[in-house]
Design a protein around this ligand. Structure first.
Ligand code: GDP
Length: 484
């Protein structure tokens, strides 16, 4: 955010936010991750477990019996859509289907009442904190680096990434089309539209299951939110830009203008109004999907993670003012869907996330915030067992595969429970990142998508709650200290 007005607005927001939180404590928790990482499921499980007294032994406030009650309240921001908690929970519990995924930003306020841990605190009054959960697509976050790039740099970087071996076949049509276009020719709406269509199709293809690549900006091309079909999204990078300025009236000039408009009217306001006001952040990543796709997808996930973490860096390369620094003081990077592997592999999954995060965090220099990593399942869809095969006891996971899933040629109807041997994760994460070591090996890991589970008895034994893996650790890191 380069101009004074933006900086002044952020400073003002930050100050008023802090003043307000002195009167009634609140905490803004950002939940992000690329599409299908598990944001909707995470927030639904987070809130449901707190409201319904879920089993959360590692969440200190609940373990020590200090959690009085948790309930939903009106959110403070009227202009932001509400996170449709009730619909999502109904899908999970009643229909046992996964809820509809995040498509845009939404918000939910959960208020927690608790007894203070200290005698002094208990004398004052019962503690109370409002947690404002802000759900938003990670794709939008990946737009922040655009603020520091002019159109020529954006074009050059996009072409360079498109030419990488892992993307080359997916980007071929766009690169070829862009190669036939003269940037200095007269601006033409139909050419711009055609380019935007082919470019968006390329970005979309990168996200397909077997490729599992992380997104490239502009983030709204894949997650348009309320900009769906709008002219603000009808621009693309161009190839072979000549040195110097664009000729007025040329295609390049038109693209450049739209690119700058996208930054001014889409990217900046999003950061100013939402990201800059967060206190804490959880970034969800689907490591398993990337792992299945191979080392190139993992390297790509690391690149995306570096860019995402860079957005939370105090001072963000001069893009944010000093007043913003240290606002986000805790960041949790969590691999979701750990219920797809046996618990003996959970620590290995966590080691893989740590390996991804350490390098990304060092590069992004997020030293102003505490960063932790976790492997979790917000909703645990499986239980564990063993199967004896030729006198060997094999650890398996048991669940109901989604209709249409296939294992070894067998196709499932979405009703039948089955045991799956998911395979072991490698002892050392290094093996996964090494294309040479993996070459020629058949994939050892096999992930199956399961239906959501039936409910289990919660801590109080009366209500029913959603089973999870290590969700309590995430809660403790993200909000535990604020309930002391
Ligand atoms: P979003 O796009 O980040 O909001 O992603 P969702 O929360 O909608 O999750 C995408 C899909 O991942 C879901 O439809 C589920 O199939 C799967 N998923 C998410 N969380 C979990 C989990 O904790 N366990 C399992 N087994 N699957 C999950």
């Amino acid at each position: 955010l380069t101009n004074l007005t933006d900086e002044a607005l952020i400073a003002l927001d930050t100050l008023t936010g802090r003043a307000a939180s002195l009167v009634s404590p609140s905490l803004r928790l950002g939940v992000t991750g690329l599409s299908r990482a598990g944001k909707t499921v995470f927030i639904s499980a987070f809130v449901h477990n707190l409201i319904h007294g879920g089993r959360l032994p590692l969440f200190e406030a609940q373990k020590s019996g200090r959690l009085a009650r948790a309930y939903l309240e009106h959110q403070p921001d009227d202009a932001v859509p509400r996170f449709q908690y009730e619909d999502h929970v109904a899908a999970l519990l009643n229909a046992r289907t996964w809820p509809e995924s995040t498509r845009a930003i939404s918000e939910l306020r959960l208020t927690i009442e608790f007894e203070s841990a200290s005698a002094w605190g208990r004398m004052l009054s019962r503690g109370r904190i409002a947690i404002d959960i802000v759900d938003y697509p990670g794709e939008w976050l990946l737009d922040l680096p655009l603020l520091g790039k002019d159109y020529a740099a954006f074009s050059a970087d996009s072409v360079q990434l498109a030419a990488l071996p892992v993307r080359a076949d997916l980007s071929a049509e766009w690169l070829a089309l862009a190669g036939t276009i003269d940037p200095d020719a007269d601006a033409d709406e139909m050419t711009a539209r055609r380019l935007a269509e082919v470019f968006t199709a390329y970005l979309r293809a990168c996200r397909q299951d077997e490729r599992a690549l992380s997104t490239l900006p502009p983030g709204r091309f894949l997650m348009p939110g309320d900009l769906e079909g709008s002219p603000a999204l009808t621009f693309t990078p161009l190839r072979s830009l000549r040195e110097g300025r664009a000729r007025p009236g040329s295609l390049r000039a038109m693209m450049e203008r739209r690119y700058e408009a996208y930054k001014t009217h889409v990217v900046k306001p999003f950061f100013r109004e939402h990201v800059a006001r967060l206190d804490r952040q959880i970034v969800l990543i689907d490591v398993m999907q990337a792992m299945n796709a191979g080392p190139a997808a993992l390297a790509d996930l690391e690149r995306a993670l570096t860019e995402i973490l860079g957005c939370f860096r105090p001072g963000s390369g001069g893009l944010f003012s000093g007043l913003l620094s240290r606002r986000i003081d805790r960041i949790l990077i969590a691999a979701t869907k750990a219920d797809q592997i046996h618990h003996t592999s959970h620590d290995r999954l966590q080691a893989i996330v740590r390996r991804l995060t350490e390098r990304a965090a060092a590069r992004a220099d997020v030293s102003g915030a505490a960063v932790d990593v976790l492997a979790l399942a917000a909703v645990r869809a499986t239980r564990e067992g063993t199967v004896t095969q030729r006198r060997d006891e094999l650890p398996v996971i048991i669940g109901t595969p989604l209709a249409g899933e296939t294992i070894g040629g067998e196709s499932f109807d979405g009703e039948t429970e089955t045991a799956v041997f998911p395979g072991d994760l490698p002892k050392s994460p290094d093996a996964l990142f090494d294309a040479g070591a993996l070459a020629g090996q058949s994939r050892a890991i096999r992930f199956v998508r399961f239906r959501p589970p039936k409910l289990e008895r919660s801590a109080d034994g009366v209500t029913l709650s959603l089973p999870h893996i290590r969700l309590d650790r995430a809660l403790q890191f993200l909000i535990g200290d604020r309930l002391a």
